[in-house]
Design a protein around this ligand. Structure first.
Ligand SMILES: Cc1cc2nc3c(=O)[nH]c(=O)nc-3n(C[C@H](O)[C@H](O)[C@H](O)COP(=O)(O)O)c2cc1C
Length: 297
């Protein structure tokens, strides 16, 4: 029971009085109160008191943790959505220190759904609420890949992909494509931003990966990411040939526009990045969509 001034204040509170009246009448509470008094009267070295205190502590902590999880859930969802928008603005080259993320995203980015097989837009679904990562795990919404075509080691992919367009009026400025694939330790999720020609790279970023910091984790290094700008994805035959090479790219050699420096000491992650870019830019990924963008505008 509270003491002193707090008790005085509480005694004046109508709800507190009602609660007390209810508890006084409750048989279970009376039993609990009697047991509590009995336990508190035991010596501190009593086994029963130790167990009762430990269990009470667990109970209180469990309630606190559950309460926090429920209360913080909407905030977590909001932060996750905000973080995703930030990554998309970043790869689109539209992120400054003082950018209002929600506003910039709403003003400059259009979310579209694309049928991964035909490359057509899917207009009868809500693009904003669609979660491609969730869809890739749902048997009703995914395609299982056979091991020969699964060069990015992803096992399954969503039938419908979510792409992001940066537009000025009706004209597409850049196309942001989601990609993922296995590195050395983890599936790396990221975006590739292409110019409106569907061929020239604007930027790349990985927003979710667990490669070793300083080795494969250098996929997030801005200096390495900057090397991608201006690189080309497709050769004259329309094959996606952009890849990472060991060491530093010799820009004087023909074909260097299709090459990016590999990550030092991280050939396996580098191979993972090459594979996932190749996969998502191939006919299995966004090639049909990019063909349509090039042909239909
Ligand atoms: C603790 C530890 C973490 C490593 N993390 C990575 C990694 O994230 N990505 C990677 O490609 N290689 C990583 N490696 C190195 C690989 O085992 C392998 O040696 C390397 O990919 C070969 O690349 P290199 O030929 O460029 O040296 C790690 C090695 C160790 C010992």
């Amino acid at each position: 029971m509270p003491n002193g001034r707090l008790k005085e204040q509480l005694d004046k509170c109508e709800h507190y009085q009602k609660l007390n009246a209810y508890l006084d009448k409750s048989e279970s509470y009376q039993k609990f109160d009697a047991y509590k008094n009995k336990v508190l009267a035991l010596g501190n070295d009593s086994l029963e008191k130790t167990i009762a205190v430990a269990l009470s502590l667990c109970f209180v902590c469990a309630i606190l943790v559950s309460f926090s999880a429920v209360v913080l859930r909407p905030l977590q969802i909001e932060n996750k959505a905000m973080d995703m928008k930030k990554n998309i603005l970043d790869v689109a080259g539209l992120l400054d220190e003082d950018t209002d993320i929600h506003q910039a995203f709403a003003d400059q980015i259009e979310e579209k759904l694309v049928d991964i097989i035909t490359g057509d837009y899917v207009e009868d679904m809500d693009a904003v609420g669609y979660d491609q990562r969730k869809a890739a795990k749902d048997p009703a919404q995914n395609i299982t890949l056979d091991s020969n075509s699964d060069i990015a080691s992803i096992k399954r992919k969503a039938k419908i992909a979510k792409v992001y367009l940066v537009k000025k009026g009706d004209t597409i400025q850049s196309i942001i494509l989601p990609m993922h694939g296995y590195g050395l330790w983890s599936t790396m999720y990221g975006f590739l931003a292409l110019e409106a020609d569907g061929q020239t790279v604007k930027s790349i970023n990985f927003y979710d990966q667990a490669e070793t910091p300083g080795l494969g984790g250098e996929v997030v290094n801005p200096n390495w990411r900057a090397l991608w700008q201006g690189k080309k994805v497709y050769d004259d035959a329309g094959e996606p040939v952009l890849k990472l090479v060991k060491g530093v790219v010799d820009t004087n050699r023909p074909g260097s526009e299709f090459q990016v420096d590999g990550l030092a000491g991280a050939t396996l992650t580098s191979n993972g990045v090459s594979n996932l870019v190749k996969y998502w830019m191939s006919a299995e990924g966004f090639a049909p969509y990019l063909d349509k963008i090039r042909n239909d505008g």
